[in-house]
Design a protein around this ligand. Structure first.
Ligand code: SF4
Length: 449
């Protein structure tokens, strides 16, 4: 990366896993709104499901997820029962046997659920929805929890893809971030999953952690690729201790500075390229024959709350406390407060706490941001036309591009905006120009690189 990248690296911008972003959700969208939106879903249209399990065995100091630690089985069983109820509740608002093309389990650590509970929820999903034959059934896993018994359970559940968090293999880095998992342990987890037929393995690395050096990250990449994942993510650690109090355990004086963050990302990207992984979007990598690499090449790749994805469904139904769903009409978020979520489900109410209804301007801007984040190029006039919105308000954003253009981060030819090769790590800054909500000052975001 360049000095120009460094100039912008510490600017704070959203990650744009959605537009508008979550800080702009409000209680103007509620259970009644969601129920109306669900009622409009076409019975033939495949939907995606996201199940959130907000529990972990211990808290990693770098964690940015919505989760809490539990050592007890009782709350996990209670949560599982409630998930089953919520699955039935949501399904009751939809046509019978709504087709499902993608199920994703995130958290937290979804595999922390007792195995019989996990299978009980899967049964509820099977009986409430029609699983398409080529449905992707993905789960996020903590390698420290993968046992032969868990792998068998996942196999029985029909899991087809597993994502495992690696971060870095260096012991000092691992100790400082509160998550020690030697290479042998991660390898055993991957081997155990493959032994039961779960072949699609994603491994997630992280840069920007305390004590990381160019050597540690290169070594982490080399060890990671030796496990032959089909996809990798290289996430930047987002240090937001004002939002995530446990991040105060991360020694700030040991965090790499902006220049070093850039160097770490470059070193890891370079090592991944040398090992045959194509760079996909901002922070993903895949083998050339992986569906994500194919989707990136043919222009069908999307971005959602899990990052870059091949999931093309326009409807995402969130299940579990704090889950976010998306429908053509807008976004909805379940209550993040356990008590509120539980009570609503007990009363047979969709547990929606907030959301946002989209207007045509939001949809057009979302399409621009999606195009920039996935293809690094957006034809503003074509998008305005496709969404039937006036071009001039979008053109009025162009002056904000001038500094980025002058610094070689973006180029504009008439109404087509392209992020340059050097500007790609800063694509979120280009996307932010079209974010009509950013100026309202809600939300404090992580740094651009
Ligand atoms: S296992 Fe994942 S979700 Fe749980 S605390 Fe660690 S990083 Fe957060």
């Amino acid at each position: 990366m360049t000095n120009v990248t460094l100039k912008y690296a510490t600017r704070s911008v959203p990650r744009y896993t959605s537009y508008p972003t979550a800080p702009h959700f409000s209680n103007a969208v509620n259970e009644a709104t969601y129920e109306q939106w669900l009622a409009t879903i076409d019975p033939q249209t495949p939907v995606s499901l996201y199940l959130h399990v907000p529990f972990c065995d211990s808290m990693c100091h770098y964690c940015g997820c919505y989760t809490k630690v539990t050592k007890q089985e009782k709350p996990l069983r209670a949560y599982s029962d409630q998930l089953v109820r919520e699955v039935a509740l949501v399904a009751s608002k939809l046509p019978a046997n709504q087709p499902v093309s993608h199920i994703h389990w995130g958290g937290g650590t979804p595999s922390i659920l007792p195995h019989d509970c996990f299978l009980m929820i899967v049964d509820a999903l099977r009986s409430s929805f029609h699983w398409l034959d080529d449905m992707e059934h993905a789960i996020e896993l903590d390698p420290r929890t993968v046992t032969p018994e868990l792998a068998q359970t996942l196999s029985l559940a029909g899991i087809t893809r597993a994502s495992l968090g690696v971060q870095d293999f260096d012991l000092k880095v691992q100790q400082t971030v509160g998550r020690v998992q030697p290479y042998e342990q991660v390898k055993a987890a991957v081997d155990t999953l493959r032994a039961v037929g779960i072949e699609k393995i994603n491994l997630d690395l992280m840069y920007g952690l305390p004590y990381q050096t160019l050597d540690t990250i290169r070594k982490a990449v080399e060890l990671t690729v030796s496990l032959d994942p089909s996809r990798l993510a290289l996430f930047g650690y987002a240090h937001v201790p004002w939002m995530k109090k446990h991040q105060r355990l991360i020694p700030e004086d040991k965090l790499p500075n902006a220049e070093m963050r850039i160097a770490l990302f470059d070193e890891a990207s370079q090592a991944l390229a040398e090992n045959g992984y194509e760079k996909i979007g901002l922070d993903h990598f895949a083998r050339a024959d992986d569906p994500l690499a194919i989707a990136a090449r043919d222009g069908t790749m999307r971005r959602n709350f899990q990052g870059y994805t091949t999931d093309e469904a326009d409807i995402l139904i969130g299940i579990g406390a704090s889950s976010i769903g998306k429908l053509p009409q807008g976004y909805v978020q379940n209550s993040p407060d356990f008590g509120g979520w539980e009570r609503a489900v007990d009363e047979g109410k969709l547990p929606i706490a907030r959301g946002i209804a989209l207007d045509q301007d939001d949809r057009a801007r979302a399409a621009i941001i999606m195009a920039l984040m996935t293809a690094y190029e957006a034809d503003i006039a074509a998008i305005a036309k496709a969404y039937g919105v006036a071009l001039e308000p979008l053109r009025s954003c162009y002056p904000q591009l001038q500094e980025l253009e002058a610094d070689g981060i973006a180029e504009r030819l008439d109404d087509v905006i392209r992020v340059t090769h050097t500007g790609r790590p800063l694509v979120r800054l280009v996307a932010a120009i079209f974010d009509a909500y950013l100026q309202t000052g809600k939300g404090r975001h992580s740094v651009a690189v």
